[in-house]
Design a protein around this ligand. Sequence first.
Ligand SMILES: NC(=O)c1ccc[n+]([C@@H]2O[C@H](COP(=O)([O-])OP(=O)(O)OC[C@H]3O[C@@H](n4cnc5c(N)ncnc54)[C@H](O)[C@@H]3O)[C@@H](O)[C@H]2O)c1
Length: 272
Amino acid sequence: MGYKEFIVQNRFKDKVCIVTGGGSGIGRETALRLANEGARIVVSDINIEMGKESSQLINAIGGQAIAVKTDICSTDSITYMVEKTVSEFKRIDILINSAGIVVRGGLFSSKEDEWNKEIDVDLTGTARAIKYVAQQMRKTGGGKIVNIASAAGNIGSGAAIYSAAKGGVIALTKVLAGEFAPYKINVNAICPGFTATPLNETVREMGLEEVVEKKIPWGRWATAKDISSVIAFLASEEADYMTGAVVSVDGGFTSFIDLGPEYRQFDTMKGL
Ligand SMILES: NC(=O)c1ccc[n+]([C@@H]2O[C@H](COP(=O)([O-])OP(=O)(O)OC[C@H]3O[C@@H](n4cnc5c(N)ncnc54)[C@H](O)[C@@H]3O)[C@@H](O)[C@H]2O)c1
């Protein structure tokens, strides 16, 4: 068996993985990818119909998955998710925190209930899931946690509360890297750029796809696959020595500012 085949088929053999937000977008793609590489999957989502669809897709390709209705804003719901996973699969090795929403707009236009909801889902919800899953991981000798933050958590975006929540996820990732190291639990974050999923369907429906594309050095939006492959790496034993890392997967969006043609012309002048 070649190296490539081994990696593709066996990287997550015998591992048990919970994917929050596994019913859609990046979460679904990650659930499928990890299942394809041998993991047993708990698709956790507030939208149970979508969650079931993901688990059926996995079972249809010969994988093993169940769907569990979970609201990451509720501690009872999270503890049920943990109990159900352990009763079904005995342990938890990997947690992918992909459940999320986006509240758009600046602070002036925001309402307090929008602020509370965004923070409760994207930041507190992520922390809540980690708290109860990590307690279980400790009992079995460790695990891997991958938080889906955002490019919007690294740089300011028009969505003020979303940026604040994702910035919080980045800080949480760094602090937990220290707190959880004694338990052999790696905590890393990934910051996707613009990714074509239902989350930002309205951006594309409003014809803004190309406006965005022009700002991305790579010249296109990410696919959920572009993101899930890096999540899979962080969830694998290949990333055993990585913790507290914040990995951008954004086609260069947050790493390069194009100052326009005049500046480019100046920059290429010799002998200054
Ligand atoms: N799509 C992008 O451009 C992009 C960019 C950067 C970061 N992200 C982040 O990636 C993650 C996944 O986003 P996506 O693009 O796949 O979006 P998506 O809307 O396709 O999927 C999000 C999933 O989260 C679930 N969810 C929402 N609230 C929940 C709750 N309270 N409890 C449990 N599940 C809940 C939804 O039902 C949905 O299935 C999010 O955290 C998002 O902020 C997305």
